[in-house]
Design a protein around this ligand. Structure first.
Ligand code: NAD
Length: 507
C-alpha cells in the first residue's frame, strides 16, 4: 500500500502506472518563456529577463521575461474585462471549456512532466503524478460549478416571495504560486477561480515559469477567452504589491512561506480583499506503540523524501513511542540510506532529485547547525553532495533537542528528526507546540487512540495510518501560522465566491 499509494518514486512504478519504459521520453525542448496578457503571448519583459536554472546541472534552461508595472496594469485591465465576459457565461459552458483544457493537459503530460523535472528537479514519475493530479483538480472544480446552486430560505412572512442565497464569483483574482508543485498549485487556484467565474492573473515562481505556462497554454487552447487568464513573471515583491494594491483585484491566493504570507495578507487587508494563504508547515507524525511498525516505518521513510522533502505537508517531526524508538531510528535510517539521489532529468531510476534552487542548500545547513552532542545526532546525511547541482544528502537526526531549529523551524527539505515519547498526551503536546498547523499524522492500531488523535491534533488536516491529505475532492488548508481557508474540494470552489442574499417581497 505504502509504495502504491504514496511512493511512485521509482522507475518500476513509473512503468507500472504510465505504461512506458522509463527512458522512452525526454524533454524535447525547453519552451520559449512568455507572459500572457489579454490573450497575447509576450516574450519581452518591460523589466528585462531572468535566467531559469536547472537545479540538477546549474545550466541555464531559458530566459524568462520580467513584467514592468505597465505590463501589470495591462494584465489588470484585461482581467477586469475578462471577468465581465467570463462571469456572464453559464456554468456548464465554463465547465466544458475547463474539461477540454484538462484533456489537453493529459495529452501533453509527458512533455509537461519533463519540464517540471528540468525546472525543479523532482523525479519524472512524481512529475507525471503531479500533472495527472492537476487535471483532476481542475475537473473537480469545473464540475462543482454546475452543482454550486445556493439555497432557498423559507420566509417568515407571507409578504416575502423568496429568499435566495447565491454564490457569486468574487471578481479578478491574483494567484501567487511557488515552485514545489509547479503545475498542481496553479491548477488548484486557477481551477477554483475559473470554475467559479472569476478571471485571474497568475504569477508562478521565478524558477518554474514554463510548467505554469504549459497549463495556461492548455486553457487558452481549450477556448478560455482573452483576458480571463493572464500570466506574468518577474520580481515577486514588486508584482505582488502592485497587483494586490490595484482596485481591480478582489481576491488574493498565495502559497508560500509564512513570513511572505503575513506581508501579503496585510496588503490585502488594507484593500479589504479576500485572501487565502496556504503557508508553511512542520508536520508531526506520532507513531504509537500500537502501530503496525513495518507499515509505519516504510511509509514514513518513503513519503518524507518525496519531492526532496519540499512539501508543505511533508512529515518532519517523527514522535515515536519509546518502546520502538531505537528500532524505528535504525530501520528508518536503513531505508533512507537506500534512497538514490541524482539528476532525474537524465536518470529515471533516481528516487530524489536536487533541491529546487541554490538558496535551499544553505537553508538545510542552517537547520542542522545547532545539533550535535546531546542536542541530536545526525545518523545519516547532513551535508551537500559535492559537484554540480543543488543536491543534499537525505538526512536523519535522532533525538534533536526540543529547542533545536529542526524541531521548531520548517526545514522544507530532506531532513527528518526522530524523538521518543513516553505517553500519547506528551506526544500530542509536542505535536501541538508550534504555531504551524497544516498537516498532522499518526500511526496506531487502536480505534480509541485514532479517535483521540484525530480530535486533539491541532492542524487543518489529520491523517491516521497513512500520509495522504490532498485529493481533488477534499479541502486542503491549515490553521495558525499555516494560514486559513481551503483549496480543493467544495470549500476551494466556495473560496472564489461571495455569498449574496436576494429577497423579494410582493409588489
Ligand atoms: P521564498 O520565500 O524566497 O520563496 C517562496 C515562494 O514565495 C517563491 O515562489 C516566491 O516567488 C514567492 N515569494 C517570495 N516573496 C514574495 C513576495 N513578496 N510576494 C509574492 N511572492 C513571493 O523561499 P524559498 O527559499 O524559495 O522557499 C522556501 C520557503 O518557502 C519555505 O519556508 C516554505 O515554507 C515556503 N514555501 C512553501 C510552499 C508551500 O507549499 N506552502 C511552497 C514553496 C515554498
Amino acid at each position: 500500500l505504502s509504495q502504491l499509494a504514496f511512493g511512485l518514486t521509482t522507475a518500476k512504478y513509473t512503468q507500472q502506472f504510465y505504461g512506458h519504459e522509463s527512458q522512452e521520453f525526454r524533454m524535447s525542448s525547453y519552451p520559449a518563456l512568455k507572459m500572457l496578457i489579454n490573450g497575447e503571448w509576450i516574450a519581452s519583459g518591460g523589466e528585462g529577463s531572468m535566467d531559469v536554472i536547472n537545479p540538477a546541472t546549474e545550466a541555464v534552461l531559458g530566459q524568462c521575461p520580467k513584467a514592468s508595472k505597465e505590463q501589470l496594469d495591462a494584465a489588470l485591465a484585461a482581467a477586469d474585462e475578462g471577468f465581465r465576459v467570463w462571469s456572464a457565461k453559464p456554468a456548464a459552458e465554463r465547465c466544458a471549456i475547463l474539461r477540454r483544457a484538462t484533456a489537453l493537459i493529459r495529452e501533453r503530460k509527458e512533455e509537461i512532466a519533463r519540464v517540471i523535472t528540468a525546472e525543479m528537479g523532482k523525479p519524472v514519475s512524481q512529475a507525471l503524478g503531479e500533472v495527472a493530479s492537476a487535471a483532476e483538480v481542475i475537473d473537480f472544480q469545473a464540475e462543482e460549478a454546475k452543482r454550486a446552486g445556493g439555497r432557498m430560505i423559507p420566509p417568515r412572512s407571507p409578504q416575502i416571495l423568496s429568499q435566495q442565497v447565491h454564490h457569486v464569483p468574487v471578481g479578478p483574482c491574483v494567484l501567487l504560486t511557488p515552485w514545489n508543485f509547479p503545475i498542481n498549485l496553479p491548477a488548484r487556484k486557477l481551477g477554483g477561480a475559473l470554475a467559479a467565474g472569476c478571471s485571474a492573473i497568475l504569477k508562478p515562481a521565478e524558477n518554474t515559469p514554463a510548467a505554469a505556462q504549459m497549463l495556461v497554454e492548455a486553457l487558452v487552447d481549450a477556448g478560455v477567452p482573452n483576458g480571463v487568464v493572464n500570466l506574468v513573471h518577474g520580481d515577486p515583491g514588486m508584482i505582488s504589491e502592485h497587483l494586490i494594491k490595484s482596485d481591480v483585484t478582489r481576491k488574493v491566493s498565495f502559497t508560500g512561506s509564512t513570513a511572505v504570507g503575513k506581508m501579503l495578507g496585510a496588503l490585502a487587508a488594507q484593500g479589504m480583499k479576500r485572501f487565502t494563504p496556504e503557508l508553511g508547515g512542520h508536520a508531526p507524525v506520532i507513531v504509537s506503540e500500537n502501530a503496525d511498525f513495518a507499515h509505519a516505518v516504510a511509509t514514513c521513510a518513503t513519503v518524507k523524501f518525496r519531492n526532496a522533502g519540499q512539501v508543505c505537508v511533508s512529515p518532519t517531526r517523527f514522535l515515536v513511542a519509546r518502546s520502538m524508538y531505537d528500532k524505528f531510528v535504525a530501520e528508518f535510517t536503513d531505508r533512507v540510506r537506500q534512497i538514490r539521489v541524482g539528476d532525474a532529468g537524465v536518470d529515471d531510476t533516481v528516487d530524489m532529485g536536487p533541491l529546487a534552487h541554490a538558496r535551499r542548500v544553505p537553508a538545510m545547513d542552517y537547520i542542522l547547525e545547532d545539533l550535535g552532542g546531546n542536542r541530536g545526532e545526525v545518523v545519516t546525511g547532513g551535508k551537500r553532495i559535492e559537484g554540480k547541482g543543488y543536491f543534499y544528502e537525505p538526512t536523519v537526526v535522532a533525538g534533536p533537542a526540543a529547542d533545536s531549529r529542526l524541531m521548531n523551524e520548517e526545514p522544507f527539505g530532506p531532513v527528518a528528526g526522530i524523538v521518543p515519547f513516553d505517553d500519547l498526551e506528551e506526544a500530542v503536546s509536542i505535536a501541538n507546540s508550534l504555531r504551524y498547523g497544516l498537516a498532522a499524522y499518526a500511526f496506531t492500531g487502536s480505534q480509541d487512540e485514532s479517535y483521540y488523535l484525530g480530535k486533539s491534533l491541532r492542524a487543518g488536516m489529520v491523517a491516521i495510518n497513512h500520509l495522504i491529505v490532498a485529493s481533488p475532492e477534499s479541502p486542503f488548508g491549515g490553521v495558525g501560522d499555516s494560514g486559513f481557508g481551503s483549496e480543493g474540494g467544495v470549500e476551494g470552489y466556495l473560496g472564489y465566491t461571495d455569498t449574496k442574499f436576494v429577497t423579494v417581497a410582493k409588489s
